[in-house]
Design a protein around this ligand. Structure first.
Ligand code: ATP
Ligand code: MG
Length: 212
């Protein structure tokens, strides 16, 4: 990959953002863009989940649709790219597996950041190998309406001081958009315009996704 135009001399800073992205929406994109700017990220890599471990039982749109919608959504941002690493795996991926995948493939010295919403970070102590995860990357925990981050102190208090420094809070303009909200609206035939980029909206229409 060529160096991005905004790259400062020194090691690359790479943000990773995992999610089901069913579908990707403005909340994800605003979050990633704010993290990019605040943490001087050269790239944000969106990683649509194949079969997410915690959503296995719920119905999730086939990975290829979610991958393509994510690709359409990031098209206009030169710092945003999409990875197929989880989509191409047969078995469910844990974040630690994905982090190990990127950390072994990036140039030595690359700084990895994992961008996550408040709802996800509040469960961090239940994540597989969370201590290794915090050693491999810095977490950017982003505020999200309805998921207050004031409980986070309680949770990080259980971590060693070394690991605690690996979690950073980032306040973003509140966007109470979720994929669930978009799916429900689409199922009811309500407009989803401006909740997700236009190419994604059109993709959803064309393929009749989220219809009852
Ligand atoms: P669903 O309603 O299906 O759970 P979602 O909107 O939560 O979808 P996910 O794909 O589950 O989207 O989330 C991927 C990541 O993006 C998670 O870390 C989540 O916390 C974060 N995220 C999602 N929506 C927002 C938002 N509006 N603001 C900030 N972070 C968000
Ligand atoms: Mg979610």
């Amino acid at each position: 990959m060529p160096l991005p135009p905004n790259h400062k001399p020194g090691p690359l800073n790479i943000g990773l953002m995992g999610g089901t992205f069913d579908p990707i929406h403005m909340g994800h994109l605003v979050t990633a863009e704010e993290a990019r700017q605040q943490f001087l990220l050269d790239y944000v890599i969106f990683i649509p989940a194949g079969l997410p471990p915690h959503k296995e039982k719920k119905q999730v749109t086939p990975a290829e649709h979610r991958y393509l919608m994510t690709t359409l959504a990031v098209m206009s941002n030169p710092s945003f790219v999409v990875s197929r690493v989880e989509v191409d795996k047969e078995e469910p991926s844990y974040t630690i597996d994905t982090l190990r995948y990127f950390s072994t493939r990036c140039a030595p010295g690359t700084n990895l950041f994992f961008i996550t919403g408040a709802d996800a970070i509040l469960d961090i102590l239940t994540w597989k190998d969370y201590a290794d995860l915090l050693r491999l990357c810095t977490f950017i925990a982003v505020s999200r309406p309805e998921y207050p981050l004031n409980k986070l102190g309680e949770i990080t208090g259980k971590l060693s001081p070394e690991l605690r420094t690996k979690i950073h809070l980032l306040e973003i303009p509140a966007l109470a958009i979720s994929s669930t909200f978009i799916r429900k609206r689409a199922a009811l035939g309500k407009t989803i315009k401006y909740l997700t980029p236009e190419p994604v909206e059109q993709y959803i229409k064309k393929h009749g996704l989220y219809k009852k």
